[in-house]
Design a protein around this ligand. Structure first.
Ligand code: ADP
Ligand code: MG
Length: 727
């Protein structure tokens, strides 16, 4: 019998590491060679055009169509010299991943031949054939088509023979159909609001940027083993499979050396990433066997998101070359840690100040506390929405399980910063009075020591302060983290606007700016106290405590999406100019629809492999057992035979029981799908898939995993956990 599993295992374990063509040069000489960055702009564009383009990039002024042709020409020259023949508008549709439609530079030359041309018009705007992208009804409502428009703040880059132009995707009536447009709007909102608040502390700040450093976790599985697992191939996770006897108990993978095949993959990926201007810095093993992490140096938020999107597809491509498959799913394996995408987020001024870093003077420290406290307020007031922003059918598996992070948003500050906020809160009006007399000399506890406090980080906290930034750890490994950055930036922007209004009101009433700031902060510290939690986020006590504090404890993704449409969320997005109600409604339709589709696919795959792989193999083994019982009866007398066959008879019955349970539950699950499919509302359908369909997964898996332990190893067709995880 040809055996897919054993063939795959044999291939997987005999694969030699791919020989690498390591570049002779040092990274600085090939960094960003495939990016049309400022250096190349300077080299390929006329001086005037270069200057104008830099102004567009740095200050967000609209691109003058007059220079677009010159920019396109320079770009094309550079790209042609690098062998490029095609270009594409590269965008991030709501379905996830990235989309591109390649066009060659070819045009008729009017003399019966062709020439290569790239005009400003096609650089700046295009109409992708995008009717197939879900849009939550926006285009039906407006009978409008969508177009893509160049985001000059993210440089164009080359992949293979194609010039990729980062674009936003937007309907003709102005509604965003992607992730990038609202992200850019949220960045503008937080920039403006933060600059206004910065002015209390230093008059010269003109721009505040959000920075993002993304730690990307992932699993590597051998490509041949993956091919033998329909669930991994089609859903990115194992729907069945008994835990290996040894998984992450010993934590030996985290500290172990990286296997050579994997190191070669990582090196190759790093070289390709560096050439695309992605500043990859960190690589290491993660806790689970087969799990790894990489992280670039942090960048401006929009660029960091683009780079992460490029990186995710680059990982898939590079993995293929090395005989691997990358699993970006948040929970590919039961019983071992899933993967996240830790988003290290901070704000910084054009003068180089990180706003979440304490400084040397009291003025610096008051500014530091101002930004920390306002962020806590934003996270507190929109904790449900922030959780909705990281929710998906795939990330749902990871949250709330006993691994980072819990399904409740709270913030960890560390002992010193916590103590400092407590002290500030308790300061009576005497402190305020004293503060006024001494000018800036508030009784602020020593802030700079916080820097020492980065060691006792609480790994169970979903939103932790880590020295000079916040780390949002609940984001899923597969996600486009623009989704959560849009909410975070917008919520902080809204909060900073409110802060300024509150402070200005007190100033108008006669308080000095510092007294006013101090007074408002003390009120805020009291108000947002429920979001602060320093304890163990996995504990049951915390769940009860969080509910008492009024924090959102919902764990069902389709219900959490409702947060996007709550009045406070709509008000926030609309007042900050990030999204309007129609966009929010349309996006939610897409979220619910995508949720349903994912669970529907998983449910079908689970049904298929249960009935086509597991049951036939179990029955075959059962038949072997029955044959053996028969033979015993032929050889031995009745008493002896029944004694000798007892074990086999027990197994035969067990197999029947498990098979029956699987078949019954698969059928019931199919009926549940049918009931869900006829529901009109996308929301109700998604909820039905969550409550009625997915609820069968565990019980089907339970019986299948039991069969895996019973059935002769030689018959089992699906690669087992121990084979998948130990490459
Ligand atoms: P960890 O100890 O959490 O692994 P790392 O030092 O590996 O931390 O950093 C994680 C990520 O945080 C990196 O991408 C790093 O560049 C980024 N980072 C560091 N400082 C900041 C900051 N101020 N703002 C945003 N990201 C930052
Ligand atoms: Mg980290």
């Amino acid at each position: 019998m040809s055996h897919l599993r054993f063939n795959a295992v044999e291939k997987a374990f005999s694969k030699a590491p791919l020989a690498l063509e390591t570049p002779q040069e040092r990274p600085e000489s090939f960094y960003a060679v495939n990016v049309f960055d400022r250096e190349k702009m300077f080299q390929y564009l006329p001086a005037e055009v270069y200057k104008e383009l830099v102004n567009v990039i740095d200050n967000g002024v609209p691109l003058d169509r007059g220079i677009a042709d010159a920019v396109a020409k320079g770009m094309q020259k550079w790209a042609s010299e690098k062998g490029v023949t095609h270009y594409t508008h590269w965008f991030q549709p709501l379905t996830g991943g990235t989309a591109e439609k390649h066009e060659s530079f070819l045009e008729y030359n009017g003399k019966g031949g062709v020439l290569e041309e790239f005009s400003g018009k096609v650089l700046v705007q295009q109409e992708p054939d995008a009717s197939s992208f879900p849009n939550g009804g926006i285009r039906n409502t407006f009978e409008a088509r969508g177009y893509t428009a160049w985001d000059a703040s993210s440089p164009v880059f080359i992949i293979d023979d194609t010039l990729c132009i980062p674009t936003i995707f937007i309907s003709y009536t102005g509604e965003s159909l992607d992730y990038k447009a609202p992200l850019l709007r949220s960045l503008r909102a937080v920039d403006k609001a933060a600059v206004d608040v910065c002015r209390y502390f230093s008059a010269d700040v003109t721009k505040v940027s959000a920075y993002l450093g993304i730690e990307q976790e992932y699993f590597l599985v051998d490509a041949d083993l993956c091919t033998a697992r329909p669930d991994l191939l089609l859903t990115g996770r194992t729907l069945l499979g008994h835990e290996a006897a040894k998984n992450q108990q010993l934590e030996d993978h985290y500290f172990g050396s990286i296997p050579e095949r994997v190191v070669n993959f990582m090196r190759d990926l790093e070289i390709r990433g560096l050439k695309l201007g992605i500043p990859l810095k960190t690589r290491h093993n993660e806790v689970a066997p087969g799990q790894f992490e990489l992280a670039p140096i942090y960048e401006e938020c929009n660029l960091a998101v683009d780079h992460n999107m490029i990186l995710m597809s680059l990982m898939q491509k590079t993995a293929k070359d090395h005989g691997f498959r990358v699993l970006l799913h948040e929970k590919p394996f039961k019983g071992i840690n899933g993967s996240g995408k830790h988003c290290n987020w901070s704000l910084g001024t054009d003068k180089g100040t990180l706003l979440f870093a304490p400084g040397k003077s009291d003025n610096d420290n008051l500014r530091f506390i101002t930004f920390v406290v306002n962020t806590l307020m934003a996270v507190y007031h929109h904790n449900g929405l922030l959780k909705a922003s990281i929710m998906s059918a795939t990330n749902e598996h990871r949250l709330g399980a006993n691994e980072a992070p819990p399904a409740i948003i709270s913030s960890f500050l560390g002992t010193q910063l916590s103590a400092m906020l407590d002290a500030l809160e308790q300061c009576g009006s005497e402190a305020l009075e004293g503060g006024r007399k001494k000018g800036l000399k508030f009784d602020l506890p020593q802030v700079p020591e916080i820097m020492v406090d980065t060691t006792d980080r609480n790994r169970t906290s979903p939103f932790a302060f880590t020295g000079n930034r916040f780390e949002f750890r609940a984001v899923g490994s597969e996600a486009n983290c623009a989704t959560s950055m849009i909410v975070l930036n917008t919520a902080v922007a809204e909060q900073l606007v409110k802060f300024k209004a509150d402070v200005d009101e007190l100033i108008t009433a006669g308080l000095s700016p510092n007294d006013a700031i101090f007074k408002v902060l003390r009120e805020y510290i009291k108000e947002c106290k429920p979001i602060r939690f320093e304890g163990n986020g996995y504990s049951d006590e915390w769940k009860a405590e969080a509910a008492r504090r009024g924090l959102d404890c919902e764990a069902s993704a389709p219900k959490l999406f409702d947060h996007y449409l709550s009045e406070s969320s709509v008000r926030m997005f609309e007042s900050m100019g990030v999204m309007n109600r129609i966009e929010l409604q349309a996006r939610n339709e897409v979220k619910w629809e995508t949720y349903t589709k994912k669970i529907q696919i998983e449910s079908r795959v689970l049904g298929d492999i249960s009935l086509n792989h597991v049951i036939p193999v179990a029955k075959e083994y059962q038949k072997m057992l029955m044959d053996s019982v028969h033979r015993m009866q032929q050889i031995f007398d009745a008493d002896e035979a029944s004694e000798l066959a007892a074990d086999n008879l027990r197994l035969i019955r067990e197999i029947s029981a498990h098979c029956k349970a699987i078949v019954d539950n698969v059928h019931a699950m199919v009926q549940a799908r049918k009931r869900a499919n006829i529901l009109e509302s996308e929301r109700e359908k998604a909820i039905a898939y969550h409550d009625e369909v997915e609820s069968y997964f565990d019980v089907i898996r339970y019986h299948s995993d039991k069969l895996e332990l019973i059935v002769d190893n030689r018959l089992w067709t699906l690669p087992k956990y121990r084979e998948l995880l130990y490459i």
